[in-house]
Design a protein around this ligand. Structure first.
Ligand code: TA6
Length: 319
């Protein structure tokens, strides 16, 4: 492991390459305080995010299948160029089922990004064979970074490599680990319109101040704010989800009946997870030749169950 300098550490210093059970590379990012994140070249999937106490913050099913091309049930999956099963491709698109490559010489962090980061760039480009199924010339670059404070950032850049214009949907399918779903509430989505995926995407309006969970939920909140908070009262932990370029938020818990119907998901595991996905799915994104889109997700785990107002003020630097 490389040397950590007082002010800034070389982004390569906090990086370790390992192989998973199928011999596929995984990249482990560490920060000097003991936090870590692991991303697999299978699907560009973040398979682990741990805080400085080594606590795992993402959910992974105990019954997950680790067999290419199916993505592991859990972590943070890259859903591209489709979300859901409404298009011509597999459910949630092909990106999460492909083997990506690591960019050995990524462009440096830009001035807006903190220098105190360990990061890795993964790339996905279409093969000749794949172009037959989805004939669009794109490059998808995923930068996964971990700050000195243990904040996990995923930045995806989709570029149209001078092919004909194409459009796509995108989501970070994020499985958060929670103590028990009955202890969880989500703040930041009140008064928004949402599509209820359990009733043919009926358009409804959120009436509650905070989301709580007593049954299956599968909703796409439209035009959601930059900051959404997931509060776990039992663990006194709050996940702060900040989004750029991702106007929608998907909230999903399968609950008991659907949990039992999924072979790669334990019957009771719905109690210890919640999906809250930063997404761009209501309106497809269109890229003309040479154009680029960026979607950024920043995840922080805060040690206390702040109320949302405090989090919003904190995220704006009021204290
Ligand atoms: O999170 C929304 C959703 O589309 C749900 O409807 C459910 O299908 C979930 O994604 C999981 O999808 P997957 O293909 O990973 O089983």
């Amino acid at each position: 492991m490389g040397h950590y300098a007082a002010a800034v550490w070389d982004h390569k210093a906090g990086i370790e390459i390992t192989k998973d059970w199928n011999g596929i590379d995984q990249v482990l990012l560490r920060n000097p305080r003991g936090a870590s994140a692991k991303v697999s070249l299978h699907g560009g999937q973040v398979v682990s995010w741990r805080n400085d106490k080594g606590e795992e913050l993402l959910f992974t099913s105990n019954k997950a299948t680790f067999k290419h091309p199916k993505s592991m049930r859990g972590g943070i999956q890259i859903c591209y160029p489709q979300f859901g099963d409404c298009g011509i491709l597999d459910q949630h698109g092909f990106a999460r089922n492909k083997i990506w490559v690591m960019d050995e010489n990524p462009p440096p962090l830009n001035s807006k990004e903190s220098l105190e980061k360990s990061f890795v760039d993964l790339l996905l480009k279409p093969s000749e064979e794949e172009l037959k199924h989805w004939p669009h010339s794109y490059e998808l670059r995923l930068r996964v970074s971990l700050t000195i404070d243990g904040e996990l950032t995923l930045t995806s850049r989709v570029r149209n490599i001078n092919g004909k214009p194409f459009c796509f949907l995108f989501a970070y399918h994020t499985y958060l680990s929670v103590s028990d779903i009955s202890e969880v509430r989500v703040e930041g989505l009140e008064t928004l319109d949402y599509l209820d995926n359990l009733s043919k995407r009926e358009l409804l309006t959120e009436q509650c101040d905070a989301l709580t969970f007593e049954s299956e939920m599968d909703r796409t909140y439209l035009g959601s704010p930059k900051v959404v908070a997931v509060l776990d009262h039992e663990r006194k932990r709050t996940y702060v989800i900040e989004k750029d370029g991702l106007p929608d938020t998907v909230v999903w818990n399968p609950w008991e009946k659907k949990a039992k119907s999924m072979v790669d998901f334990g019957d009771e595991e719905y109690r210890s997870m919640l999906c809250v996905d930063g997404a761009a799915i209501e309106r497809p994104i269109t890229l003309k030749p040479g154009e680029e889109w960026t979607g950024r997700l920043m995840l922080t785990a805060v040690r206390s169950s702040f109320c949302f107002d405090q989090l919003e003020l904190q995220s704006k630097g009021f204290f």
